[in-house]
Design a protein around this ligand. Sequence first.
Ligand SMILES: Nc1nc2c(ncn2[C@@H]2O[C@H](COP(=O)(O)OP(=O)(O)O)[C@@H](O)[C@H]2O)c(=O)[nH]1
Ligand SMILES: [Mg+2]
Length: 307
Amino acid sequence: MAFFNFFKKKSNNKQPILLKDKLIKSHNKLGFSLNKILFKNNVGDDILVELEELFLKSDLGVKTTNKILTKIKKNPNSKTDNLYELIKNELAKLLITDNKLKIANETFVILVVGVNGAGKTTTIGKLAKLFKDKGNSVMLAAGDTFRAAAIEQLKFWGQENKIDVVSQKLGSDSASVIYDAYQSAKAKKIDILIADTAGRLHTKDNLMNELAKIKRVLKKQDENLPQETMLIIDGGTGQNAINQAFEFNKAINIDSISISKIDGTAKGGSIFGLADELKLPIRYIGIGEGINDIKEFNAKEFIDALF
Ligand SMILES: Nc1nc2c(ncn2[C@@H]2O[C@H](COP(=O)(O)OP(=O)(O)O)[C@@H](O)[C@H]2O)c(=O)[nH]1
Ligand SMILES: [Mg+2]
C-alpha cells in the first residue's frame, strides 16, 4: 500500500518542465554543432562557410543567415568564445522580448488560425488551462465547423477544463458560431473567449475569405474584436513557416504567432527566421500533447535551451 502511495504521489507531482530536454533535437542541430565548429578555429573563410551551412541546415532561413554572417564578418578578429556569444546575442535580437499577451478587462477574444493539423485545437485546450490557472474565466467557440471530429475535439478540451464550449451543428457558418459565442461570453462576463477555426477548406482563398468574414462579423459588434488573432505554426514546418505566416498576415492581419510541437523537432531554429521576417511576437510554444505542455515563450530561456 505504501509502495502504491509512493507512486501515486510521484505521478501527482507536477515536475517542472525543462525546455532544454524538449529542445534537445534542435539543440543538437544548432547549439551543439556550433560549439563543434567554433572549437576548431578562429574566424576565417573556412569557418564562415561552415557557419553558413550550419545556419541554413538549422532552418534559420537565407535572410537571417546572411544577417548573422554579416555581423560575424564585421568582427574578423573575434576569438571563438566571443563569436559564440556574438551569434547568440544577434539571434536574441531577432526575437521580440515584449511578447506577453495583454488581456484587457472586457471579454477578450482570441481567434486562433493556422493550416490543417498545425495544432490549433490542442493549443486552445492548453491555453484554456493556462488562463484558468491564472484565475481567468474562459469559454471556447467551435469555429471549425467543417469536420465533426474538430467539434468533438474542442468539446473534449472543454470537458478537461470544465468550461463551456459554444458549438453548432456540422457545416454551420463559422462566423455565426463565433459571433454567438461572443454574445454568450459577454453576457456571462467571461474574461477570455478562444475561437477555433478550420485549417482547410476547398481552396486556400475560401479559407482566407472565411477567416476574413469571421473578423468582419466580430468587428461589426465591436471594432476592437478580435483583440488577438493568433497564428499557430507547427514547429516542424521549417522554412515554409515563413510563407505560411506571410499568407495569413496578408489575408487577415495576425497579431502574434505561437509554435506547436517544438518537442520532437530539430527545426526549432526556424523561430528566428520567422520572428525576423514577420516582426511579430512569439507568444507560446507547445512542447507535447498534454494539457500542461505549453509555455509562454521566453526569448532568453529559448536561446539558453538551444545553445
Ligand atoms: N508532440 C506534440 N504534438 C502536438 C502539439 N500540439 C498539437 N499536437 C498534435 O498535433 C496533432 C494535430 O493537432 P490539432 O490540434 O488537431 O491541429 P489543428 O488541425 O490545427 O486543430 C494532434 O495529434 C495533436 O495531439 C505539441 O505541442 N506537441
Ligand atoms: Mg482543429
